[in-house]
Write a protein that binds this ligand. Sequence first.
Ligand SMILES: C[C@H](N)C(=O)N[C@@H](CCCCN)C(=O)O
Length: 447
Amino acid sequence: MVQKISDSVAARWTVLIAVSLTMMCGYFMCDVMSPLKTLLQEIMGWDSVEYGVFSSSYGWLNVILLMLIVGGVILDKKGARFTGVFATGVMLIGAVLKYYGIEFIDPTIRTTLPFFGEMRLQLLVTSLGYAIFAFGYETMGITATKIIVRWFKGKEMALALGMQVAFARLGTMLAMVAPIPIYNMFGKLSTPILFCTVLLLFGFAIFMVFVVMDRKLDKERAQEALADDEKFRFSDILLIFRNRGFWYIAMLCLLFYAAVFPFLKFATEFMIIKFNVNPEYAGIIPGLLPLGTLFLTPLFGGIYDKKGKGATIMLIGTLMLVGVYITFSITGLNHWLVAVAMMIVLGIAFSLVPSAMWPSVAKIIPMERLGSAYALIFWVQNIGLAGVPLVVGIVLDKYGKVGDSYDYTYPVYIFLALCLTSVIFALLLKREDRVKGYGLEKPNIKK
Ligand SMILES: C[C@H](N)C(=O)N[C@@H](CCCCN)C(=O)O
C-alpha cells in the first residue's frame, strides 16, 4: 500500500525544514542592522532618533496601511503556496532597496517630505526598503505558521512550531553576531545587507520544496473531498474580534514581544555602555539569547504537546522577563557576567512564551479563521515592534544623551513596564481558559 503524504513523518518534517529555512533567512535580514547602530552613527551620521525611525519603518506598511491584514486575507484566499512565493519575493525587493540605500546614497543628501519634514534621503530609501521587506517577512511569518498547523495539527504541532521558531532564532543569532565581522572584513556597511540578500535568494529557492510537497497534499485531500475548511470569509474577522481569549493572547503577544525584539535593536550598544563590553565582541552577548532559545523552544514545545500547561508556561515566561529588566535597572550591577546571566534568563523566557503562545492560538480559534487570526495577532504585535524602537530612540536622544554616549535608564524602565503589563494579560488569559475551557492547560497530542 502506498503511504499517504499526510501520514508521512518524513514529508511533514521536510516541509517544516524547508519553510523554516526560508524564514531563517528573513530573520537574519530583519535584524542585520541592529549591531551596526553605533557604526551607522559614526560613519553615516545617523543619530538615535534616525535609527528609531528606520526601525519603526517596520510598521509603515504592516500597521499603518494595514498591509499585514491584507497579507492574512491573501493567505486565506489564495493559499499558502501563492502567498509564500509572493511574500518571499516582496522580502527580496525590500532587501535590495535597503542595500541600495546604504551602498549608493550619499548620507549628506537631504529631502523634504509632507508629514515627515526634512530627512536624509538615505534614511528614507533604506526605511522604505525595510518597510517593504517587513510586509513580506510578516506575511511569510503567518504563512509559515499556517503551513505548520495544516501539516501538524493533531500531531507534534507545538514541537514543530517550536522548531520553526528555533530556526528563526538561528537567523536572529546570525544577525547579532555576523554583521560586525563581515563589516570588518570588507570595510563597508552595506556588505552585511548584501550577504543577507543573497541568503534570502537561497530561502526563495528552498521554499519551492514546500510548494511541490504541498501540491501533493492538496491532490490527496481533494480525493478525500475534505471540507472546505480553509476558505476565508470577511465575517470571520468579526467573529475573531468578539473572542476575548483572542484579545488576551494578542495583548500578551504585543507586550511581550515589544519587550524583547525592540530591545535587541539596542542591545549591542546597551552592552557596550552599561557593561563596558568591547565593541568588537558586544554583539556576542545578545547573540546568546537566540542561541539558548534555539534548543529550548522545541523542548518547551514538546513539553506542551505531551503535558499541556500552556497558559502556565506563558505566565512563567513573562515573570522571568520582569526579573531580567529589574536586574538591568539596578545601577551598580554592571559586570559583564551579569549581562551574560540575564541574556540566558531572557533566552529561557523567550523560549517559554512563544513555545506555548503560537500553538495556543490554534486552540482558541478554529482552523478556517486561523490565517486571519494570526494576521491580526501579528498586526497587533507589529504596533509594538514598530512603535517601541521609535519611542526608545526619541527617549535616548531627549533624556539619555551623555556626551557622545547614552544612558539607558529610561529605555530599561520602558521595557520593564511592558513586561509587567504582559504579566497581567498572562493572568487574564489563564483565567479565561479556565472559564471557557479552551484546553490551554491540556496536552496537544491526542491519545
Ligand atoms: C516577528 C513575527 N511576527 C513573530 O511573531 N514571530 C514569532 C514566531 C511566530 C511564528 C510561529 N510559527 C517569533 O517568536 O519569532
